[in-house]
Ligand binder design. Structure first.
Ligand code: G3I
Length: 362
């Protein structure tokens, strides 16, 4: 028998060693890939949320972003905690890096997000009367939207203000909104006014998750938009995050798309991913061809529904929430055994990518 070199033997030993991570890598679909791309196939912008560290340090990540996408969103780098780490300090370094990358490569930048109940702890500890709280919100929005004026095309002005049952998040615990509690329910309208004043050309979005399964939430968002229109509050788009799973019912997605499209606003699938674990912790879950095919079909259905149900003038685009499976928030925050994105850990195309292409071609 041919002798194996020591390096190969060592790698084999390490590969078989018990106690290795349980996440099975996604097998690549093929080693050669076609010139077909998401952005080349879609009649609207195709985006990904990005991490500045990965963009700077991982060439396979950067190459995949550049090849497939013409729009980017900062996954975290434009949130309060990153841009505004304490009351008097703003730090634009990471976010500016993303904007420069986009400018160099002629990509659109979508801003996420000016106001969210999930913020740094210094906000919960902020002390002041209602005027001081109003000033805190206003200063943040004016400073950030002003800093990126002309560079960031659009903003998720307010993120996740409603609960799934359509009521406004309003309270002091982690799942509630300190902004509603301190400033009253009309804080959303004022946030949009401040954003429009700071950057009159930015496309302003309300962004939320779960409309596809919660008619009450969709109704609340539609009624917010109608109220804003009546009162002349600037709002131009609705973001459906679309963190969905294999068990998501496509009929619910279609209903939400129809109802939100009827507002006449732009529609952004702003954070699309399709998890395989159905949001359940399941350490025994393994990647399989059967799951990959189900995921491909779900991606196809969603992309096809967006393309068919949203008129061209309202199609702001589709953005995936990061690029490869290894970068997904699902692994980070829900469970490590999942494969939610169109690209694998090495940024090769998965069946999910083919599902997106199929949907775009329909
Ligand atoms: O950068 C720190 C690192 O220094 C530290 O060692 C590590 C320890 O936990 O935390 C790192 O920060 C984490 C950060 O992601 C970057 O990885 C935060 O803890 C973690 O909370 C943060 O999670 C982000 C989450 O929003 C909260 O901001 C996810 O990456 C991001 O994908 C997720 O995105 C949200 C959208 O903004 C809104 N819609 C839902 C979506 C998914 O939850």
């Amino acid at each position: 028998m041919k002798k194996l070199p020591l390096l190969v033997l060592t790698s084999l030993f390490l590969a078989c060693k018990p106690g290795q991570p349980t996440v099975t890598p996604t097998p690549p679909v093929s080693t050669t890939e076609s010139d077909v791309t998401l952005k080349g196939t879609a009649p609207f912008p195709m985006g990904a949320s990005v991490d500045p560290g990965l963009l700077a340090n991982k060439s396979a990540y950067r190459d995949r972003v550049l090849k497939e996408h013409n729009s980017i969103t900062a996954e975290n780098a434009m949130k309060w905690g990153w841009l505004h780490p304490s009351e008097k300090v703003f730090d634009f370094k990471d976010a500016d890096g993303i904007v420069t990358f986009a400018q160099q490569n002629k990509m659109r930048v979508h801003g996420h997000t000016l106001l969210w109940h999930n913020g740094p702890t210094w906000i919960s500890n902020f002390y002041g009367d209602s005027l001081a709280w109003e000033n805190l919100m206003k200063t943040h929005i004016e400073t950030v939207a002003g800093h990126f004026k002309g560079k960031v095309a659009s903003w998720d002005v307010v993120n996740e203000a409603f609960r799934d049952n359509g009521t406004l998040r309003n309270g002091f615990d982690t799942d509630n909104s300190i902004w509603a509690a301190k400033l009253g329910p009309d804080y959303i309208a004022r946030a949009f006014r401040y954003a429009a004043a700071a950057d009159p050309n930015a496309v302003l979005f309300y962004n939320d998750y779960g409309q596809e399964g919660n008619p009450a939430k969709t109704a609340a968002i539609v009624s917010l938009v109608n109220d804003f229109k009546k009162r002349g509050i600037p709002i131009h788009g609705i973001g459906l995050q679309m963190h969905i799973s294999l068990s998501t019912n496509i009929a619910g997605v279609e209903t939400a798309l129809k109802e939100l499209t009827a507002t006449g606003l732009k529609i952004h699938l702003s954070e699309l991913d399709v998890n395989m674990s159905n949001f359940q912790k399941n350490p025994a879950l393994r990647y399989s061809d059967a799951l990959a095919q189900q995921q491909r079909e779900k991606y196809r259905q969603v992309v096809s529904a967006y393309k068919k149900l949203v008129p061209a003038a309202q199609q702001f685009g589709i953005t995936n929430w990061n690029v490869g499976d290894g970068d997904s928030w699902i692994r980070q925050l829900i469970q490590p055994n999942d494969w939610p994105l169109p690209f694998d850990e090495g940024y090769a195309r998965k069946p999910a990518w083919f599902g997106m292409i199929d949907g775009l071609k329909e």
